[in-house]
Design a protein around this ligand. Structure first.
Ligand code: CDP
Ligand code: CDP
Length: 229
């Protein structure tokens, strides 16, 4: 098959998408695309300018003006690496409201699709398999219980020496999932043809191994079909 390999990974916050997607991409030798970082970068830009998450002229102009670039290693907002600034409690709180707006989602659609055209990619987000890459050859929906996902986030925050209460982290994760799943444009949901992988109690290595095994199985099947035809 001549089509570049697209692996689409969706799921709720803290399911392990970005960690696993990065490792899978490295192992397959294709680029990794963190689409959550794109939404976070736009949220950072809009929030800093005091533009509220409603579809209005100010939002439209800001989205026309903003410069957002994807390089091999990082995402550049107005030419600057904002890797740290986009992962703050403030952005965690506001990002879903901006991400619910069709204007915001449209701004990112071609940018995301463009990335996969040359070398393929492993992309993670909420609507990879349903909207952005509906023809992806591999579609995975990663999940874990709310409590497990909150525990992972909590440990991550503690590692970074940030003060957080487990109960608050759990409530914030639930609130973001609620917002992402209930919006009308590109809500978080499993694509009908995606494989669901529950990761409760599994290590990062085990999940990565399962995803890679699935990718190989699908590629082998395609090769076999090509040979038969
Ligand atoms: O890593 P984490 O699960 O905390 O979030 P993320 O993947 O960085 O995504 C942050 C937010 O961006 C999500 O809660 C969604 O509101 C939005 N998002 C989206 O709407 N569609 C995507 N493809 C990716 C992220
Ligand atoms: O991208 P997403 O929000 O889905 O999750 P992540 O940022 O990749 O993972 C959240 C945290 O859970 C990270 O600290 C991972 O190291 C950890 N994790 C884990 O402990 N076990 C897994 N099977 C997957 C992720």
């Amino acid at each position: 098959t001549a089509q570049p390999l697209i692996v689409a990974i969706d799921g709720p916050a803290g399911a392990g998408k970005s960690t696993v997607a990065k490792l899978v991409a490295g192992s397959l030798g294709v680029p990794y695309l963190d689409t959550g970082a794109l939404y976070r970068a736009l949220a950072l830009f809009l929030d800093a300018r005091g533009i509220p998450p409603v579809e209005c002229d100010a939002l439209y102009s800001a989205l026309q003006e903003v410069s957002l670039e994807i390089t091999e290693k990082e995402i550049l907002l107005e030419g600057k690496n904002v890797g740290a600034e986009i992962r703050t409690p403030r952005i965690d709180t506001v990002v879903s409201a901006y991400a619910s707006l069709p204007m915001v989602r449209n701004r990112l659609l071609d940018l995301q699709r463009e990335q996969g055209k040359r070398k393929g990619l492993v992309a993670d987000g909420r609507d990879m398999a349903t909207v952005v890459f509906p023809d992806a050859r591999v579609k995975i929906f990663l999940t874990a219980s709310d409590e497990e996902r909150a525990r992972r986030r909590f440990l991550e925050l503690r590692e970074r020496k940030e003060n957080a209460r487990y109960e608050d982290v759990l409530e914030q994760i639930r609130e973001r999932d609620r917002a992402d799943s209930s919006r009308s444009t590109a809500p978080l949901r499993k694509a009908d043809d995606a494989v669901e992988l529950s990761t409760d109690g599994l290590t990062i290595g085990e999940v990565t191994g399962s995803v890679l095994a699935l990718v190989r199985e699908i590629l082998n099947k395609e090769n076999h079909n090509d040979a038969v035809q």
